[in-house]
Design a protein around this ligand. Structure first.
Ligand code: CO8
Length: 257
């Protein structure tokens, strides 16, 4: 029996799939859901059979934001003393690639959660938005920062100031998502990505993820230095020898990690 009530966790080949499952509230991210998500992410990250994690919702919603009913009566300074946003950041400590597979609404905290993942794969039905301003608040889980870095100032400003939603197609053009696929292909495509990653060298994959994410934290010079150290260190792995030998011998590589 699953220890969870608000998420479903399953394996699809080498992918660990977490499905947010509070459909009646459009997967609104309440405290319990967030705690379950953090727990499942850590478990899949620790499972050696899992190469990548897919985070998804249902056809109608990835997640329509933080739970407004639960937030309504929160007061300061209690909110500050017990930072209810912090547990959302569990996804940032995962070392394996995390793919957000988004169909339907990804709004407010839902959009922010998708942006905390390593990449977003969007169904053609996906809609992204930061509608917090309509509630008298602003994004609180990184939206003002990550959306701006992803799509630039004017578009991010318009979305954060007016709450306007973006279609999957617009999100693709703006660079928020890796790709848009037909809704029926969303999970199969995400699983394919995980299957490809599963064939690669685990230390190279982990360093690739860390290096790209560092581009959002470090000045260019420091980021390039980090990349260079990772790059050179990979020459100490058997997988580098195997990968290059396999190329030259015209055979598939068998990476061991
Ligand atoms: N919180 C709680 N319940 C919600 C939420 C939500 N965010 N979104 C939808 N629901 C509920 C509705 O209340 C409704 O419940 P009921 O059936 O009991 O009335 C049910 O889900 C279905 O919703 P609708 O009837 O509204 O469905 P529609 O198809 O008519 O509309 C929308 C879909 C447009 C997505 C609409 O539901 C909507 O606007 N939702 C709210 C979106 C929003 O404002 N999100 C931002 C929330 S604030 C936030 O995320 C701040 C994050 C800051 C960091 C968080 C740290 C914890």
């Amino acid at each position: 029996a699953s220890p969870y009530e608000m998420i479903l966790v399953e394996r699809q080949g080498p992918a660990g799939l977490i499905r947010l499952n509070r459909p009646k509230a459009l997967n609104a991210l309440c405290d319990q859901l967030t705690a379950e998500l953090a727990d499942a992410l850590a478990a899949l990250d620790a499972d050696p059979a899992v190469a990548a994690i897919i985070l998804t919702g249902n056809e109608k919603a990835f997640a329509a934001g933080a739970d407004i009913r639960e937030m309504q009566d929160r007061a300061f300074p209690a909110t500050y003393m017990k930072d209810f946003v912090a547990p959302w950041e569990a996804v940032l400590s995962v070392r394996k690639p995390v793919i957000a597979a988004v169909a339907g609404f990804a709004l407010g905290g839902g959009c922010e959660l998708a942006m905390m993942c390593d990449l977003i794969l969007a169904a053609d039905s996906a809609r992204f938005g930061q509608p917090e301003i309509n509630l008298g608040i602003i994004p609180g889980a990184g939206g003002s920062q990550r959306l701006t870095r992803a799509i630039g100032k004017s578009k991010a400003m318009e979305m954060v100031l007016t709450g306007r939603m973006m279609s999957a197609e617009e999100a693709d053009r703006a660079g928020l998502v890796a790709r848009v696929v037909p809704a029926a292909e969303l999970i199969p495509e995400a699983v394919k990505m995980a299957e490809k990653i599963a064939t690669l060298s685990p230390p190279a994959v982990a360093m690739a993820k860390e290096a790209v994410n560092a581009a959002f934290e470090l000045p260019l010079r420091e980021g390039v230095r980090l990349e260079r150290r990772f790059f050179l260190s990979l020459f100490g792995t058997p997988d580098q020898k195997e990968g290059m030998a396999a190329f030259l011998e015209k055979r598939p590589a068998a990476f061991k990690g």
